[in-house]
Design a protein around this ligand. Structure first.
Ligand code: ISE
Length: 338
């Protein structure tokens, strides 16, 4: 993912310049740096972030390093695009929210790239136009061909399904209030629930029904459909050629997210770099990263108990106030402050 972001910044995003690359594997960092016009090479991300030549940072390191690196960038006053998830728990993500609230300035953008996927953005525009009436239900399918190394039941939620929780909030313009998660295992002996379903109750009365399956085998697929009072709208179907041959009709699927979201990753960076220049702040922020992990933590509990779980975010800091039309309303819940 880091390689892809570096190459995209170097080749596809005007107004940006890759000045440094960090990787624990110096050989890999050197190879990517060479591809990016001879950028500097670091073997630890903190040194890269602190380097005076670096004005903004993209974090694409392992999930458990995200929050601490994002906090370091906030401490340095440097804008940062942090790959999802923002942290490995809502509590850890809340520390990033607190740091930004204390600074009084938003520096963190979270890599929920579906918001920049043209197919998802077209659905969102139709939902916001009210052409299908009030949105009542969003259905999501999120399938990976095979689980990554070290996959656990909880990592499926926090590393993969976290996309779907953000997508549901963004698409419907509502907050998640309660969840009910159930899972199944392709290999019961492993105990890993690699197929998970989520029913979400949203703050305006709408619903979300999501399937996340990280061992689908056939390929990578992400789609969404919104059901409204007067119609439905769903993401455009797969756009690879349809082949008719020897009695069969076939269409190739995507192999992984780098293929399916190739354009979204470019658009995400172009928006972020453009926003850094204009001062706009309407992309997915640390609050979005926090509430998506709040939902994830609740879903992990629900998978264990097989019972519904409620979501109770802390009071939303004014820093994360409305960002425009159909903004997500988050009332004070529990009266707890940051
Ligand atoms: C990966 O990190 C992604 O972000 C992909 O979009 C998702 O489909 C996959 O499950 C994650 O592991």
């Amino acid at each position: 993912m880091g390689c892809r972001h570096a190459r995209n910044l170097h080749e596809m995003v005007s107004g940006s310049h890759v000045v440094a690359v960090a990787d624990a594997d110096k050989g890999r960092a050197s190879a990517v740096a060479a591809e990016c016009g001879g950028a500097g090479v670091f073997t630890d991300a903190e040194s890269l972030a602190r380097d005076d030549s670096v004005e903004a940072v993209v974090i694409a390191s392992p999930d458990h390093t995200h929050a601490s690196l994002a906090l370091e960038c906030v401490r340095l006053g440097k804008p940062v695009l942090c790959e999802k998830p923002l942290a490995v728990s809502s509590g850890e993500a809340l520390e990033v929210v607190r740091a930004e609230a204390a600074l009084g300035r938003k520096l963190v953008r979270v890599g929920f790239m579906r918001r920049d996927d043209p197919r998802h953005a077209r659905v969102k525009r139709i939902v916001d136009s009210e052409e299908i009436g009030r949105p009542l239900l969003v259905k999501g399918v999120h399938r990976n061909a095979a689980p990554g190394p070290g996959t656990t039941t909880a990592s499926v939620v926090r590393n993969s399904a976290v996309h779907d929780f953000d997508s549901a909030r963004w698409m419907m313009g509502e907050e998640i209030e309660a969840v009910h998660a159930l899972g199944a295992a392709t290999d019961p002996a492993s105990g890993i629930l690699d197929l998970q379903t989520f029913h979400l109750a949203l703050s305006g009365g709408a619903l979300a029904a999501i399937e996340v399956f990280v061992a689908a085998d056939y390929g990578y697929e992400v789609s969404a459909e919104v059901v409204g009072e007067r119609g439905t709208v769903r993401t455009a179907p797969h756009d690879s050629p349809v082949v008719r041959h020897r009695g069969s009709i076939s269409q190739a699927t995507d192999a992984d997210w780098l293929v399916r979201f190739e354009e979204a990753y470019v658009m995400e960076l172009r928006r972020w770099v453009g926003d850094l220049r204009t001062g706009k702040e309407d992309g997915p922020d640390a609050w979005d990263g926090y509430v998506s992990l709040l939902a994830a933590d609740a879903c992990v509990r629900s998978l264990e108990t097989r019972e519904p779980e409620r979501i109770e975010p802390v009071e939303k800091p004014s820093l994360y106030a409305k960002k425009g039309a159909r903004e997500i309303e988050t009332e004070k819940v529990g009266g707890r402050s940051l």
